[in-house]
Structures are given as C-alpha cells and as structure tokens.
Design a binder for this molecule. Structure first.
Ligand code: SAM
Length: 237
C-alpha cells in the first residue's frame, strides 16, 4: 500500500492511474464539492487547484484554507504517518469549526513520481515547494524536488498565469531552485509588483506558516523565496 490513503469508509484509495480516477470525495465532503460546483457555474467538477508539495505537517494548508475558501487545496507528503496526520488535522478542524476547513486535505504520495497521476494539464493555479529537503551532497542532488525534468511536469499541471512558490532556509538550495527555474522557458520570475500584490507571498514573507518555516523563524534564520509565473507554451518531457 505504498501510495494508498485510507478512505473514510475504512477502504483504501489506490494511486490513481490518471487524474480522472482521482476521487476528490475521498478528501472533501460531497456536499461541499456540490456547493463549489454550483458556485463555479459552468464547471462540471470541483477540482483541486492548489497543491503543497512535501507539505510536512500541513501548516500552510491551515493558513490558506480561510484565505481561499473556494479553492480545493491538497498537501502531498511522502511519509505515511505525516500525511495521515495532515488528513486527520483537517478532519479535526472541520469538526471543531463547523463549515470551515472543508477545502483542505492531505494525501500520501511520491510527488516526484506521480504528480501527473493526480492533475490534468493546466488544472493547478498554485504549487508550493516550501523548505524542500536540501540533499546537500552533490551525488544526491538529483533527488531535489526542483530539477529540470520535473519542472516540465510542474508546468504541465499549472495553468498559464499559475504561480510556483519556492522557499528555503538553505541559500545554496535557493540558488539551485532559482537557477533551474530561471532557465526554464515555461516560467518567468514574478515581478516586484506581482510579488507585492500576492497574498501568498505576503504570508511567506511575514514568516512562513509551515512547521519548518516556524522553526527557522524561532532561530532567527534567513529564508530565500523565489516565485515564478507559468507562461504560455507547451511542456515537453
Ligand atoms: N513544507 C513543509 C514545511 O515547510 O514545514 C515540510 C518541509 S520538510 C523539510 C520536506 C518534506 O517533504 C518532508 O515532510 C518530506 O517527507 C517531504 N517529501 C520529500 N520528498 C517528497 C516527495 N518525493 N513527495 C512528497 N513529499 C516529499
């Protein structure tokens, strides 16, 4: 069950073979999905539009939920217990605050392998990579979550105008992510004006709401934030 998530009915959710077979209702209440569909007239289904890759314990999801109540937001995490914690955290928040936190959940997956199994072309509006594992050793750098081949996949999942956010407390990793994204023809850096008017950038600049970000803040560490816009063009793998 390497990439399965427990469903509320005690069964298991399999890795979707394609985005069409991904079950949103395994993560979000059917009534909430219906409500979103009704509100977003013309859309057949309510789909996930924000993804936090390597979400850890889900701090970002909790902060984004009230800011974007009409977006479905998923945290993707490779560690089984941590991803389950995120799912349960969302369920507990829904119970504690009826009508709120309906739009966030977490799932277990290896996003470096399976992202296109979950998202259709152009489905996502925002992708977050916050404090990714640094993989310091030169021989391990191919394990970094931001690298050229994977950026093509991120471009595939993001719609034109969608935003990819990266943040790290390791300057070398920040430089690496910046260099790879600067080189990629399907992304351009956000302008100063765009950065200043983006509510997520504001959140990340103020002191990242993730557990890792909080740790850095407590230790008065520096962070490097690099944000990119998905531009027009077709991804080539
Ligand atoms: N973003 C969170 C934060 O800021 O608190 C967590 C940062 S933590 C340093 C990096 C996380 O990425 C870990 O929880 C790790 O398990 C997860 N991760 C690493 N590789 C992954 C992959 N291929 N797919 C999904 N999650 C991954």
């Amino acid at each position: 069950r390497a990439h399965c998530n427990p469903l509320s009915n005690g069964k298991w959710e399999d890795l979707p073979t394609a985005p069409d077979s991904f079950r949103e209702d395994a993560h979000f209440e059917s009534a909430f999905l219906d409500k979103l569909r009704m509100e977003k007239k013309g859309e057949k289904e309510a789909k996930i539009t924000f993804a936090d890759i390597g979400c850890g314990f889900g701090g970002l999801l909790v902060r984004l939920s009230p800011l974007f109540p009409k977006e479905l937001i998923i945290g993707m995490e490779i560690r089984a217990q941590v991803s389950e914690y995120v799912r349960e955290r969302a369920l507990a928040l829904r119970k504690e605050h009826p009508g709120e936190y309906q739009n966030i959940s977490g799932l277990r997956t290896n996003s470096m392998k399976f992202l296109p199994n979950y998202f259709q072309r152009g489905q996502l509006k925002k992708l977050f990579f916050l404090f990714p594992d640094p993989h310091f050793k030169r021989s391990k750098r191919r394990r970094r979550i931001i690298q050229t081949a994977l950026i093509a996949e991120y471009a595939f999942c993001l719609r034109e105008g969608g935003i990819l956010y990266t943040q790290t407390d390791v300057e070398d990793v920040g430089d690496w992510m910046k260099e790879k994204l600067d080189m990629h023809p399907l992304f351009r850096p956000m302008t100063e004006e765009e950065l200043n008017s983006d509510v997520c950038v504001e959140l990340l600049r103020r002191g990242t709401p993730t557990e890792e970000g909080q740790k850095v803040k407590r230790n008065s560490g520096s962070t490097w934030l690099h944000c990119y816009v998905r531009v027009h063009g077709n991804p080539r793998y």
